[in-house]
Each structure stands twice: as C-alpha cells, then as structure tokens.
Design a protein around this ligand. Structure first.
Ligand code: B12
Length: 492
C-alpha cells in the first residue's frame, strides 16, 4: 500500500499557536519547525517495509493529496482535531481510507468516528500491524482498541528517516511512559497508565546514536526533548540513563515533578550529561487550587527554594501555570505576576484551564454544566472554553492576556536577563554549545534591522541588548525565544 502519515497543522490563518514560533521564523528567515510528533516515527517503525510511505507534516509543508495514498494515518491531539477531521474528509473524497489515532480519539472515539474510516484507541505498538493487514485486505474495522499497553522494551527504535530532513529544531525521544500522579486536569494517567514503563537504556542510546549520526550529516548540534511525563518517575532508571548520556555531548531538556529539587545526585548527573532545562508544572500559587487539582505534591515544596536549588546546577527551570481554577478570583492574576517576578522564572508557560477530554476535570465541569462548547480548535489553553467559578469567561481571558503581557513585556524580559547574566548562568551551557562570533555578529546585524520600526518598545529593548550580544554569558537562543514570547503575548 501507499501510506501517508499526517501531522495536522497546529494553527490556522485566523488562529495563531505559540508553537509556530512565527516571530523567530521571520527573524531567522527560516522555515524550521520546533519538532515533529513522535507518534509518526513510532508508527513508521512499526510499518513493514513492503509498504511505500510518506510523511506530511503540515507545520512544514502542505499535504500532497495527488500522491494517491491508499491509506492515510493521522495523529490527533485535541487542539488540532478539527483540522485532522478536515484532512481525513479531504482524503476520503479522493477514495483514500483514513485511520485516526492519538490521545484525542482514544479519549473520545465517538467524536472522531464520523470523520474517518477507522479509529484506533490506545497505543499503536500492539495493534498497528492488524490495522494494516485489514486495510490491505479491504476489511478495515470502524474501531480498534489496543487490549494491552505497549511493551516498550520490545518496541523498535522510532524511525525518523521519512521525516522532512533538517527541518526541525528539536528531536523528541521518550524513555518512559506513565505517570504516578492523578491530577484532575491531565489525561496522561488515563491514557498511559499510572505504572511507569521503561525502555531499556540500550534502546535509548541506540536511538540517540542514530539521531547524532543524522545531525552530523547536517552539521547541526543536537538538541533533544525527552517526552517522558516525568523523567524521574523511576529514579534508579533515571540515574542510569543520565550516566549513559554523559559521553554523547547533547543538549537536552525534560519534564519532571518538583521533588527533583531535593535530589542532588540526580541534579548533578543531569547537569553533567547536558541537561539545559527542566520543565516543571507548578500549576498554581494557591494551596486550595493545588488541593483541588490533586497536585498535593507541590504543596509540600517551597517553590522559591526548589527553583533556586535546581538553577544552582545551571539547569534552567521552565515552569507552567494554570489560570482559572475554581479558587482563582480576579486577584489571582496579580498574585501570579508577583510570584513570577519574585522567582525570576524566565519563560513561564501560562495556560488557561482547559478541560481536555478524558480528564476528571472534563467530567466534573460537564456534570456541573460548565463546558461552553466543543470547538476543539479552542482547546489550546489560550481560549476560555468553560465557565470559571469566580469570574466571567471574559475576565479570565483578559486576566490571562494581562499576565502574558506583564511577564513578557520588554522591561520584564530585560530585568530577568540581567538577573541571569549577573550570575553568569549560561556559563556551563555555553561551554557545551558555544555560539561563535560570526553568528553573534549576524544576530546583532539582524537585530539592528529591526530598529527602524513603529514598535518603539522593541527598538529600545534592542538598543539595550545589542552591547551584550558578544558577551560569552549571553545566550542568543534565549533572547530570541523571549522576543518570540513577547511577540506572541502582544498579538493575543
Ligand atoms: C512532548 C509533549 C509536548 C511537547 C511537544 C513536542 C512534540 N513535538 O511533541 C511540548 C512541551 C511543546 C508540548 C506542548 C503542548 N502540549 Co504536550 N505533551 C507532550 C507529552 C509529554 C508527550 C507527547 C509524546 O511525544 N508522546 C509520545 C508519543 C509516541 O505518544 P503519542 O503521541 O500518544 O502516540 C502514541 C499513541 O497515541 C498512538 N497514536 C498516536 N497517533 C496515532 C495515529 C495512528 C494512526 C495510530 C494507529 C496510533 C496513534 O500510538 C503512539 C505510540 O504509542 C504529552 C503527554 C503524553 N504522555 O502523551 C503531552 C500532551 C500531548 N500535551 C498536551 C498539551 C495540552 C499541550 C499544550 C497545549 C500545553 C501548553 N499549554 O502549551 C501544548 C500544545 C502543543 C501543540 N499545539 O501541539 C496534552 C494533550 C491532550 C490532548 N487531549 O490533546 C498531553 C497529552 C498532556 C496532558 N497533560 O494531557 N507537549
């Protein structure tokens, strides 16, 4: 068969996604996208070689419908479900059979079924070969359910060879699945289970060696995002993994729970193996909200202490907060702004509470009649899709925008950058990924081209930043990421 594997677009012309990095792309005159979705290299690795395959990532290029596929396999998360359904319908009008899988259709298959020939609930590893056999023999079923969780140790290495080459900034690698917590707003424990499943260290290292080889071909430095929900969920495994990563000279990032701050051995191993940043879900500064979210673990930690401790290892803390939980009043926005200012968190992700299908939160809000609509394209944490308890939807949206604009104003960015430069924070990561002078010069020149613009605040920021661009402790990618956030926040 000819099989098209599809990653639907994150945003539409009328609706921007932060993950498009529009400003950064324009600035660098680059069409690179942040990353692919790992589900696709997993699926292609499970597809027998007799099939002809092509991957279309709409974040990079349009789908070539004229490549007459027999089967289109589409991966779907809630925020681009609407787009995915449209793609599926386009294929079907051309006579191509379509299969939809991923967390969204797994949590609500009945939503996806009218738009495709077949829905796969659960992980592909145990069921994909059956789907392919049935498709080949013209007997696709409407619904497939993986009846057991994937044995990750038996799974092949994800196959990235069909991805559009050299068009991504980050590689995605997953070493474990599952999460022991059961936060109300999160679907991971319902989907991946609460028991932690590991791959073997050998599998992960083989995968990283493969990524390194292809990065060398394009002379690019390797950056890896570990897509584990909590990379320290199985601590002995994590320690072994970090030790094994040491020789590979990669820059990597991950997600972890806040208790990482109390494990000096782990932090040391992370630093030594090239970890530049760890993403932590702080979620809220209100104890009542944390209790309601069932994120009790966060209440046992002093956030400021935890951030200080982790950052003392040269590992930047990326943070995530939710606004609009039931105990949030309009005063919550200022409390959050104050906390972020006090903690100097450099790139906090601010999310409007979003009841994703399959979560306990969705069920509760639905039972309380508080879900406003099911336009999935707005379930992206930048829109209000439910009735908040202690404010109106409009107040929540305005409060969110206010937090974003305050946290990412050029004044605030500059103040925080100064804080990190004073500490020479990027000493370690700049040693491992030095930006050479010619590139710094190009960056400065490109910044200078933005000086003549009606955006006076940005011009003032550039004037202040230009003299620093050649300092060793200044990380160029960080400045660009922050300018990207600013651009996004003020376009909201
Ligand atoms: C890595 C990650 C990110 C990275 C994205 C990098 C990337 N390119 O993937 C970052 C940090 C940028 C990110 C951002 C966001 N994320 Co995120 N992220 C994840 C995470 C931790 C891992 C995803 C992953 O790679 N999994 C590994 C792959 C192999 O698993 P998979 O995609 O599920 O695929 C398997 C099955 O689903 C199935 N399958 C998938 N597709 C298909 C297709 C077919 C045809 C078949 C047969 C099977 C199949 O088989 C696969 C193999 O087993 C998940 C949590 C999780 N455990 O999944 C959240 C998750 C996907 N993210 C989520 C959310 C909400 C977001 C954000 C909105 C958060 C925010 N506020 O910014 C943004 C939105 C980004 C966007 N617009 O896409 C939610 C999505 C929920 C939903 N219902 O859609 C998740 C599930 C977390 C959660 N708490 O619920 N995320």
């Amino acid at each position: 068969m000819k099989i098209a594997f599809i990653i639907p677009r994150n945003s539409s012309d009328s609706q921007r996604s932060f993950y498009d990095y529009q400003f950064g792309k324009r600035f660098l005159l680059s069409s690179k996208h942040i990353s692919y979705l790992l589900a696709i290299p997993v699926l292609t690795s499970l597809t027998p070689p007799e099939h002809e395959i092509k991957v279309f990532d709409e974040n990079i290029e349009d789908i070539d419908y004229t490549w007459n596929a027999d089967l289109a396999a589409i991966t779907v998360r809630t925020m681009f479900a609407k787009r995915a359904y449209l793609i599926s319908e386009n294929y079907r009008t051309r006579g191509t059979k379509t299969v939809i899988g991923g967390i969204h259709p797994s949590m609500c298959p009945e939503d996806a079924l009218p738009h495709c020939d077949s829905v796969v609930v659960g992980e592909a590893e145990e069921i994909w070969h059956t789907v392919l056999e049935d498709a080949e023999n013209g007997r696709l079923k409407r619904l497939y359910k993986a009846d057991k969780v994937a044995d990750l140790k038996a799974a092949p290495v994800p196959d990235r060879s069909s991805l559009p080459k050299n068009r991504y900034i980050l590689d995605i690698v997953q070493t474990t699945k599952g999460c022991p917590f059961h936060c109300e707003f999160c679907a991971v424990h319902a989907f991946d289970g609460q028991t932690i499943r590991n791959r073997t260290i050998e599998q992960v290292i083989r995968e990283i060696e493969g990524i390194n080889r292809s990065a060398a071909k394009y002379k690019k430095k390797n950056a890896i995002f570990f897509a584990d929900d909590n990379i320290i969920a199985d601590k002995p495994f994590a320690k072994e993994l970090f030790s094994a990563l040491r020789p590979y000279n990669i820059n990597w990032m991950c997600q972890a729970s806040i208790n990482i701050s109390r494990d000096s051995e782990i932090l040391e191993l992370m630093k030594e193996s090239g970890c530049g940043a760890v993403f932590i879900g702080f979620e809220s500064v209100s104890g009542e909200n944390l209790a309601m979210m069932r994120k009790g673990i966060n209440q046992r930690y002093d956030y400021l202490d935890a951030i200080r401790k982790i950052q003392s290892y040269g590992i930047l803390v990326h943070s995530s907060f939710i606004v609009g939980y039931d105990f949030d009043t309009p005063a919550a926005f200022d409390e959050l702004i104050d906390f972020i200012r006090e903690s100097n968190l450099l790139m906090p992700l601010i999310n409007i509470l979003t009841p994703l299908p399959g979560t306990k939160l969705f069920k509760r809000l639905e039972a309380e009649g508080r879900i406003l609509h099911r336009d999935w394209s707005k379930y992206d944490t930048q829109h209000v899709v439910f009735s908040p308890a202690r404010m109106s939807p409009e107040e929540l949206l305005e409060g969110y925008k206010r937090v974003m604009r305050s946290v990412y104003s050029f004044d605030s960015i500059l103040r925080k950058l100064d804080h990190y430069w004073m500490k020479d924070f990027w000493k370690h990561s700049n040693e491992c990924d030095p930006v050479k002078s010619p590139y710094r010069f190009l960056f400065a020149a490109r910044l200078a081209t933005l000086l003549i613009s009606p955006n006076m605040k940005r011009s003032r920021f550039i004037m202040r930043i230009l003299p620093h661009v050649f300092d060793r402790q200044v990380r160029i990618s960080t400045i660009l990421a922050l300018m990207n956030y600013n651009n996004f926040a003020y376009a909201l």
